[in-house]
Write a protein of this length. Structure first.
Length: 435
């Protein structure tokens, strides 16, 4: 195998960068950066594309991690302080990724209308069918136009970021159209395993359009991939396998790879971003990530209150839901937009998306003036405030109940939740309904 920094490899990438710069003006790290930047820099009149609306949904039940800690004989501070998680979302049997995503998206289509939505991408690693895209179920539930491409995308927690880039490219090519991205996941690890307290569930929906009302994406981005086994879930398993420490190391290593690539593409540094949103398998990783970025750039770590100002508003929701995989970094974005300590108008945000396996991307966007009027802050807060706690016994029962896999017909009792639910399975077909 050729080592990473072998001269032959460097030369090869140098040629590829040259070609890419010539044909597409795409972002790539390396010696040609200064010249590529000139190709990439958008003209002053460049069309803004980005997140027009963003909405988040999580199940109506949760387990307090202090309850879990007591049951596992662990000091609760390990969960609450050590990994930075307070509660984990618990998914009742009549909710799945389809209902979670449709519940997240409904406020968006009700507010922005359904016309010209020509692309519906569902990013998930908790798919409900090996063939049919979860997007097709949501397309009907949301009443979207028939002239709409519906697909499902997977790369662990990274899928929604790939979807965002694809959607932005479609909208750039056809500026009168819009794309809807759904990101939903249910994070499951074995009971009593180290990953258990990081479980969670939730969904984010994002409308991508020109002249976005919430976040205009910067064209420059830095990305990195490597074939590794840090976290994976074979088709025959309901729960993920994970090498927790290795996955955390790879998250932080690839953060720096993606950051260096982004810096080279954009010419920006840490001081150019007003806040950061990271992929949050557990919220403590945000601080570790920021420390790594400072170290990589040789910058002294700011005092604690300044780090809290940069990060904390973006952690509030994720602390309450646990890992939402594909939705995670966008849930953090919702949390920041809804709870920022000061106005974010015209501020640039830095975002980091990581998917095990692995894919990493650092990118940025500018919060649009007047965005506050277009947020779903009240709904988000009300959802989290009205959730119902479950006992440890109820959590374990729901964990083991899952969805029957024997192929028999099944009817699900109604639980608390959003407007859509999974009513049952009949003739091997999932039956979704509006409440
Ligand atoms: P662990 O090994 O049981 O925990 O699980 P630990 O012993 O490393 O302790 C965790 C932290 O708590 C440590 O802090 C301890 O010091 C502290 P750190 O040194 O790291 O700063 N601690 C305490 N603090 C206060 N009071 C106490 C106390 N005791 C200990 N009494 C691990 C941690 C992350 C490994 C586990 O939760 C796990 O396996 N999680 C699942 C994997 C994961 O989340 N990986 C993250 C990166 S990979 C990723 O993000 C992708 C992913 O989202 C999947 C996808 O892409 O689809 C997972």
């Amino acid at each position: 195998m050729i080592p990473l920094r072998h001269p032959a490899r460097e030369k090869f990438f140098h040629c590829v960068e040259k070609m890419l710069g010539f044909f597409h003006g795409v972002e790539n790290p390396g010696r040609t950066q200064a010249r590529l930047r000139a190709v990439r820099a958008p003209p002053a009149t460049a069309m803004k594309i980005g997140i027009d609306l963003i909405s988040f949904h999580t199940p109506s039940y949760y387990l307090d991690l202090r309850t879990l800690a007591e049951k596992r004989g662990v000091d609760p501070d390990k969960f609450v302080i050590g990994i930075g998680q307070e509660r984990m979302a618990v998914v009742p049997p009549d909710q799945d990724i389809v209902t979670l995503a449709a519940n997240a998206a409904l406020p968006i289509v009700e507010k922005a209308g359904r016309e010209n939505i020509e692309l519906l991408i569902f990013a998930t690693e908790s798919g409900v069918d090996q063939s049919k895209a979860a997007a097709c179920f949501c397309h009907r539930l949301l009443g979207l136009p028939a002239a709409c491409r519906c697909i499902e995308v997977k790369e662990a927690c990274y899928g929604a970021t790939a979807s965002l880039r694809m959607a932005a490219a479609m909208v750039a090519a056809r500026p009168h159209t819009r794309a809807l991205i759904l990101a939903a996941d249910i994070a499951r690890y074995d009971l009593a395993s180290p990953g258990e307290p990081t479980q969670g569930a939730g969904a984010v929906a994002m409308l991508v359009a020109t002249r976005p009302r919430v976040l205009a994406l910067d064209p420059e981005t830095g990305f990195y991939t490597e074939d590794i086994m840090d976290f994976w879930r074979p088709n025959y398993r309901e729960e993920a396998f994970v090498d927790g420490k290795y996955s955390t190391r790879m998250y932080l290593t690839t953060l720096i790879e993606a950051w260096n690539s982004y810096k080279a593409a954009s010419g920006r540094g840490l001081a150019d971003h007003a806040h950061y949103c990271f992929h949050l398998p557990f919220t403590k990783i945000a601080r570790k990530s920021f420390e790594r970025l400072c170290k990589a750039d040789g910058i002294e770590l700011p005092p604690k209150p300044e780090i809290e100002r940069l990060l904390d508003a973006g952690l509030l929701y994720n602390r309450q839901t646990g890992n939402t995989y594909a939705a995670c970094v966008y849930e953090s974005l919702c949390s920041l937009l809804d709870n920022a300590p000061a106005a974010l108008d015209d501020q640039r945000l830095g975002l980091f998306s990581y998917g095990s396996g692995c894919m990493a991307e650092f990118f940025s966007g500018i919060v649009q003036r007047g965005h506050r009027e277009h947020l779903f802050t009240d709904q988000h807060r009300a959802q989290l405030d009205t959730r119902v706690p479950v006992t440890y016994r109820q959590y374990e029962d729901i964990f083991n109940y899952g969805v029957p896999k024997d192929g028999a017909d099944h009817v699900f009792a109604p639980y608390r939740g959003g407007p859509f639910r999974l009513a049952g399975i009949k003739d091997h077909k999932r039956r979704y309904e509006a409440k």
